[in-house]
Design a protein around this ligand. Structure first.
Ligand code: MN
Length: 130
């Protein structure tokens, strides 16, 4: 089976390194982008299995990138999780309205992280069957 590829869009290097470490430890292949435009470009080029995206990004922010990715037939079915410290109910709604399928809160809970990723990937498989 081909390795599952996850695109991480994050401008903060410490967060990026932590996420990369946790994903690689769980056996995933990591693609990385440091701003919203690069994230959208890589999503189109690579069609990853999942995208984890920060909201506050230089240039194109995460909300805008999410809207564009979900409006595009090529990338619309890729599970998209926000990686965010914005976790008040209003923030959550705003992320979902922008097209995110869910979110992982920062600071990252190292215990739950791999499970959250697994669940997001599984939710996608279930969608495809239906
Ligand atoms: Mn950021």
């Amino acid at each position: 089976m081909a390795q599952i590829r996850i695109l991480v869009v994050e401008d903060n290097n410490d967060n990026l390194e932590l996420v990369r470490f946790l994903l690689e430890r769980a056996g995933y292949q990591v693609l990385e982008a440091h701003d919203g435009q690069m994230g959208m470009d890589l999503a189109h080029q690579e069609i990853p299995d999942l995208i984890l995206m920060d909201l506050s990004l230089p240039g194109v922010d995460g909300w805008t990138a999410a809207r564009e990715l979900k409006a595009d037939p090529q990338t619309t079915s890729i599970p998209l999780l926000a990686l965010t410290a914005h976790t008040l109910p209003g923030d959550r709604n705003r992320a979902i309205e922008s097209g995110f399928d869910g979110y992982i809160s920062k600071p990252i809970n190292i215990q739950n992280f791999a499970l959250d990723i697994e669940q997001a990937l599984r939710a996608k498989k279930t969608d495809n069957k239906g």
